[in-house]
Design a protein around this ligand. Structure first.
Ligand code: FAD
Length: 346
């Protein structure tokens, strides 16, 4: 019975994604034309030239591209599903529904504010997009509840893997983790700040996987300890509930990054590949920046590295800015559907 919900949990995030694309198209086109302030005696500059404005709109643009490819992946998995994969697809759909609708909620608010008073005018449509999509976080399953479903699925996959692997598998897992510690958590790696390394897709993916695995293993260990200590499983899950949301979040971020990277690999046009690679790097580094407290606590990175990541996020926003309008135009939303006077191309 629950399986029938999966189709809806793919439709809703796709609809949320479309709303985020519309909001970003309106806000980025407007920000490219709207001029405010400027150097003493000079002319006013487009607001998208301001670093803070870039920071507010360009990482969300990168995230929207990332979610686009992840939802394509989810849709294809669903269309070509086999019975054996259904549980995993169900959890992925529940997770992507939460990830995409939360993302749209935040992005549309930022778009509204980024257009100032014009963003508040109904004729510019951001209010309608917000009105239509805000409830997406609740219906078709409340996001926070769905994230727990995702986490439980990850934990049972983890348990299954250990069950099937037997003691040799566990030894391998421990060995793999020790290897990670050696190659990725030594003082050279945790302090490595050269651009080539920080922009490397392999570094991004390994950092995301490390976070996903560590949080999952730690949640599993905590639940086991609580249950071994006599707590009912229901109560044990409640004690670690906040960590369960992190388990789901880390899994989704890894899937989204991985699918974005894979999609880029199949692109042949060099210019398109180049700009999508920059967007992918920005998505990855913006997530690492958001999760920096975790990486610092874990010892995976030192402050010098998280600071270098922050600097690079700024730089990538700056580098992508000249292509920002082309990147929203590439969403190819018909003017009749966009319908916002401030988004009409000059
Ligand atoms: C506009 C609209 C249209 C809808 N259409 C349909 C429809 O067509 N068909 C249909 O069947 N349903 C429909 N629904 C129902 C919808 O699916 C539910 O509202 C949704 O699943 C949330 O359930 P609830 O309202 O009972 O909230 P609750 O379950 O009461 O949740 C309230 C809050 O408590 C939190 N919470 C709940 N349980 C937990 C927990 N275990 N741990 C931590 N936090 C928790 C939630 O995160 C949430 O923030 C619709 C709802 C709306 C608003």
């Amino acid at each position: 019975m629950l399986g029938t919900l999966v189709g809806g949990r793919i439709g809703i995030p796709r609809s949320a994604l479309a709303a985020a694309k519309s909001g970003l198209t309106i806000a980025i086109r407007y920000s490219d034309q709207r001029r405010q302030f400027g150097p003493e005696g000079g002319s006013e500059v487009p607001i998208l030239n301001y670093r803070m404005h870039q920071r507010r709109l360009i990482p969300p643009l990168a995230k929207t591209y990332a979610v686009h490819f992840a939802l394509q992946y989810l849709t294809n998995r669903f269309l070509n599903r086999t019975e054996a994969e259904m549980q995993e697809i169900e959890a992925l759909a529940a997770g992507m529904k939460s990830y995409s609708t939360w993302s749209t909620r935040d992005i549309l608010q930022e778009c509204r504010e980024a257009c100032g008073g014009k963003g508040y005018l109904s004729e510019n449509r951001i209010d309608a997009l917000k009105n239509d999509t805000e409830i997406y976080t609740t219906f078709e399953g409340d996001n926070t509840v769905l994230m727990q479903l995702v986490a439980k699925n990850r934990l049972s996959e983890f348990r299954k893997a250990f069950g099937e692997m037997g003691s040799l598998g566990i030894i391998n897992y421990v060995y793999e983790n020790a290897k990670t510690a050696l190659t990725e958590k030594n003082p050279i790696a945790t302090r490595k700040t050269d651009e080539e390394h920080l922009l490397d897709g392999e570094f991004h993916l390994q950092a995301f996987i490390h976070r996903e695995k560590t949080i999952l293993a730690s949640a599993a260990r905590r639940i086991k300890k609580l249950v071994d200590g006599g707590l009912e499983p229901y109560d044990a899950f409640n004690v670690v509930q906040h960590q369960m949301i992190d388990v789901a979040q880390a899994y989704l971020e890894r899937v989204v990054l991985e699918q974005f990277q894979l999609a880029i690999q199949s692109i042949e046009d060099t210019k398109t590949k180049g700009i999508l690679t920059k967007l992918n790097q920005l998505y990855a580094l913006a997530q690492l920046e958001k999760n920096r407290a975790w990486y610092l606590e874990d010892g995976y990175m030192e402050a010098v590295k998280t600071k270098a990541i922050r600097k690079l996020v700024n730089q990538l926003c700056w580098d992508i800015r000249p292509d920002a309008v082309a990147l929203v135009n590439a969403f190819d939303i018909p003017e009749s559907c966009l319908g916002a006077p401030i988004a009409v191309l000059g």
